[in-house]
Design a protein. Structure first.
Length: 313
């Protein structure tokens, strides 16, 4: 999200250890999750040191850097980042955003765009590593679409991965089902008319409600053998017998704005990954990884220990 959002890399992949920026984001998200579910806590927290102070300070630095960035200087990064639109640099803006709004957009972009997609890819690889035959089929599928191993990528490479890689896409859908990156879903407030549930129960107006994505996705009434990673369920029209219950990106006016971007990223990274590496995970490592999974607004898990073997240079 650094390059695309702010026009600069945050350098989180420079070293073979988790960058402090990632820890800041994680701690920030954990605190936001708690406050989001029990908002009155925010009134008490006002009198205590803010649990997201360090995260906010880092966001302020990132925002300041972007506000003072010289766009004319070619720094080799994306020519038009998301901030170009937020700041009206592209000339299409209904109203100028103030500093507080920009700071909140900074946070939203980093939180919404980073761990969601990276977790989805991690869980997809984790599941594929357990099924070598499936991994091989995905590899054959993408090999045909990227014969040079992805050395040269163009718009048509992205289109091919979207339209001509059904198994790769099915694996992504299935990983998003089994391990939804936002497991609890987001809250809504009922409108002035309230809400009548199918059984007739009335939820009064002004009530905060939410539908738990993880639970819907793992409910046998919606998906057969719900605990099993079975990408093939997405390859037949009746496979996922209640596809409407699949909602990793939410529903409605505030559903995920980054969905298509996330798909592009996931398809490309996973395709290149399986082309370049063989991946295996030992049972003990898999068990430790599963046990480490937590819901802290965005799904979180401990390190995934895998064995990687490079396939081509
Ligand atoms: C697999 C990846 C992703 C998943 C599963 C995901 C999921 C979600 C969910 C569940 C919501 C809340 C929807 C609701 O209110 O019902 C959301 C909102 C949002 N997402 Fe994503 N997201 C992903 C990737 C991204 C990316 C790459 C971006 C890029 C910037 C992004 C930006 C946003 C934004 C800005 C919102 C808030 C939209 C609003 O409130 O109007 N997301 N996402």
């Amino acid at each position: 999200m650094g390059e695309l959002g702010f026009g600069r890399s945050f350098g989180t992949l420079q070293e073979a250890r988790t960058s402090h920026v990632v820890h800041l984001v994680e701690r920030g998200v954990r605190a936001i999750n708690t406050i989001g579910n029990v908002p009155y806590v925010a009134h008490i927290l006002r009198f205590l040191p803010s649990p997201i102070a360090a995260f906010e300070a880092w966001l302020t630095t990132a925002l300041d850097w972007r506000l003072h960035k010289d766009r004319k200087k070619d720094d080799g990064l994306v020519p038009t980042d998301v901030f170009a639109y937020l700041l009206g640099e592209e000339g299409k803006q209904r109203r100028k955003l103030n500093r507080k709004e920009l700071q909140q957009d900074c946070m939203l972009m980093v939180v919404a765009g980073s761990d969601t997609t990276s977790n989805a890819m991690t869980f997809c690889l984790f599941e594929m590593a357990h099924q070598p035959a499936l991994l091989e089929r995905v590899r054959r599928e993408v090999e045909a679409l990227l014969p040079d191993g992805g050395a040269e990528l163009s718009e048509s490479s992205f289109e091919a991965l979207r339209d001509e890689a059904p198994l790769l896409n099915a694996c992504i859908f299935e990983a998003l089902r089994l391990w939804p990156p936002v497991p609890s879903g987001l809250q809504r407030t009922t409108t002035t008319d309230g809400m009548v549930l199918p059984g007739g129960m009335v939820v009064p107006h002004g009530t905060v409600v939410s539908t738990h994505t993880w639970t819907m996705h793992r409910d046998a009434r919606n998906f057969y053998q719900p605990e099993r990673f079975a990408p093939e369920r997405w390859l037949s029209p009746t496979g996922a017998h209640n596809a409407k219950a699949w909602s990793p990106f939410g529903f409605g006016a505030t559903s995920c704005i980054g969905k298509q971007l996330a798909y592009m990223e996931m398809r490309l990274v996973l395709a290149l990954f399986v082309l370049r590496f063989d991946i295996a995970v030992a049972p003990a490592a898999a068990q430790a990884f599963r046990a480490s999974v937590r819901d802290q607004f965005v799904i979180a898990a401990g390190a995934l220990q895998v064995s990687l073997q490079r396939r081509r240079a």
